[in-house]
Design a protein around this ligand. Structure first.
Ligand code: PEP
Ligand code: MG
Length: 564
């Protein structure tokens, strides 16, 4: 009897706990669905329907009876708590997707993690985040997922981002930079070490994070932050100043943009145009291939602030770190070296044709600049040109208004094409130098891997020599050359790049004011001297030291922004 009673009371206790856990689970799920609906609405308003689609996909996943049924059965049968049941289900789903060994499935893993994390967040009942307008927060995360754009867009809410993975030129960091939020990536262990409510000092210039800083560090960083804000405020005022050197040489300072909204911000910051429009961001949060009309509308909105002749539209650069579930095939061991970007065009001409038609339509009656990324041999360019001609002919035959003049460019980012540059420049109207990938392939160092970040720095004498070679070949034919990797927005690189002859720089809009201020203080002669010197140097350290000192001499207050 006693034993029975004990067993009975035990069963009762478990049943009561089980009910409470199931209730908690239902509430967390309902809250998660609410979040997703609100996010979907917000992102649709700010960035358009295509980017809001990811939240719909997450909602559908959460509403899937299989998923929630599995979690609940673990609570009931396994007598485990709600959090553990969610975690166990998550691991099971991830394992299932991994076993399929299909990269489309593998890419869904990020979404699964996102959705489960959202439920766990509500189960944990974290202290509610302060409303916008309270003290800004530091977002600490494993990585920046495309789906976080909605949260990041709450401007003013996040003072900084710290992630465990990713590199300075990875797409997460690029997204943060385009939103003007300081970010440090590759902070291993931060998720385990940091707790909600902890104070964190983040130095986005130097990639340094101080968790629970002592009073000295805190005072120093608060002072730096005040000085930084005052310098940035002063620099932003230079938006209407012309981008000319101290000796009168005009330079085009352009913006790299990912969304139509970025183009508006870039225009307000004083950019002369868009040097690189990364159109794949439209695809990254879309559950399927965006329709031609939808694409044309996004491209039109991005072109609108500057006019089509001042905007360079890059065709989709998907694959590697920018995966979409509906496109890629088998899992690849080395996706950066694999089936990415325009390499997909032969097998998916329809996908590229849809985009090319949308781009041509977006610039109806005007001039359009189309940039092809990741070209590694001439045949690829010739194939894409044929596709483009075909697209134009089709639109003409169908009587659909489209661009009158098409300018075609190649993004030089694979070393092989940098060496074959003479045969390329004869067949294009402009070229851009993608220093992020060019560096990664030149150095055989993954741009997203913090362990080899030292190899991906721009203070690389060999990289400067390669840029010199590319620029020389292009200048023989007189076509414009833009530099559009992250190097273009690094003030310390301005002097040598200018000295090598580059006159078009494309960067995140947030970096533009300080680059312009520096530009206005240098002469072409000083720049040429810096270029000569770095091209003769043999170590990164020497280049970095020299460029830091030289830049500091010209603009002493710049170290407040870019570190030393
Ligand atoms: C580059 O590789 O330098 C570049 C501009 O393209 P992305 O950073 O988008 O790869
Ligand atoms: Mg690239």
């Amino acid at each position: 009897m006693e034993a029975g009673t004990r067993r009975g009371s035990g069963t009762h206790r478990v049943a009561a706990v089980t009910d409470a856990e199931l209730d908690r689970l239902d509430k967390a799920r309902a809250k998660s669905l609410c979040d997703l609906e609100a996010l979907e609405r917000k992102v649709r308003q700010e960035l358009g329907a295509s980017r809001a689609a990811i939240f719909k996909a997450h909602r559908l996943l959460l509403e899937d009876p299989l998923l929630i049924g599995k979690v609940k059965s673990l609570v009931v049968d396994g007598a485990c708590g709600a959090v553990e049941a969610v975690e166990r289900t998550r691991e099971e789903f991830i394992g299932m997707f991994q076993r399929v060994r299909d990269s489309r499935m593998l890419e869904r893993i990020a979404d699964i993690k996102d959705v489960f994390q959202r439920i766990i967040g509500h189960l944990d009942d974290p202290p509610p985040l302060p409303p916008v307008g309270g003290e800004p927060l530091v977002l600490v995360a494993e990585e920046i997922l495309p789906s976080m754009a909605g949260v990041l867009l709450e401007r003013g809410r996040f003072a900084a981002i710290v992630t465990e993975t990713g590199g300075v030129t990875g797409h997460g960091a690029i997204l943060a930079r385009s939103l003007g939020i300081p970010a440090v990536s590759g902070a291993r262990g931060i998720l385990r070490a940091a707790f909600p409510g902890d104070l964190i000092a983040v130095d986005g210039r130097e990639g340094v994070v101080h968790l629970r800083p002592g009073p000295e560090i805190l005072t120093a960083y608060r002072k730096l932050a005040r000085e930084y804000a005052s310098v940035v405020g002063r620099l932003v005022e230079n938006r209407d100043q012309p981008a000319v050197t101290a000796c009168g040489q005009s330079v085009s300072l352009l913006a790299n943009v990912n969304y139509p909204l970025d183009a508006r911000v870039a225009h307000a910051t004083g950019a002369a145009g868009v040097g690189l429009y990364r159109t794949e961001y439209l695809f990254l949060t879309h559950p399927s291939i965006p329709e031609e009309d939808e694409q044309a509308a996004a491209y039109r909105a991005t072109i609108e602030p500057f006019g089509s002749s001042n905007v360079v539209i890059r065709t989709i650069d998907l694959g590697a770190d920018k995966m979409v579930p509906w496109l890629t095939g088998q899992h690849e061991a080395n996706p950066f070296m694999g089936y990415r970007s325009i390499r997909m065009a032969r097998r998916h001409p329809g996908l590229f044709m849809r985009q090319l038609r949308a781009i041509l339509r977006a610039a109806a009656g005007g001039i359009v600049n189309i940039l092809f990324p990741m070209i590694s041999r001439l045949e690829e360019l010739l194939f894409l040109r044929r596709l483009l001609d075909q697209g134009r002919e089709d639109l003409t035959r169908e009587g659909i208004p489209h661009a009158d003049e098409i300018r075609v460019g190649v993004l030089v980012e694979v070393p092989a094409i940098a060496f074959a540059i003479r045969s390329i420049v004869k067949r294009v109207d402009f070229i851009s130098i993608g220093s992020n990938d060019l560096t990664q392939y030149l150095m055989a160092a993954d741009r997203d891997n913090p362990k080899v970040a030292h190899l991906c720095q721009p203070y690389n004498p060999v990289l400067f020599r390669l840029v010199r070679r590319i620029f020389k070949a292009a200048s023989r034919t007189g076509i414009p050359v833009t530099i559009c990797g992250e190097m273009a927005g690094e003030p310390r690189c301005l002097l040598p790049l200018l000295g090598l002859g580059i006159r078009r720089f494309s960067m995140a809009a947030a970096l533009l004011p300080s680059v312009k201020e520096l530009l206005r203080r240098v002469t072409v002669e000083e720049a040429a001297e810096a270029a000569r010197r770095v091209c003769r140097m043999s170590t990164f350290r020497a280049v970095r030291r020299y460029l830091t000192e030289r830049t500091h001499e010209i603009m002493p207050d710049l170290n407040l922004i870019e570190g030393d």
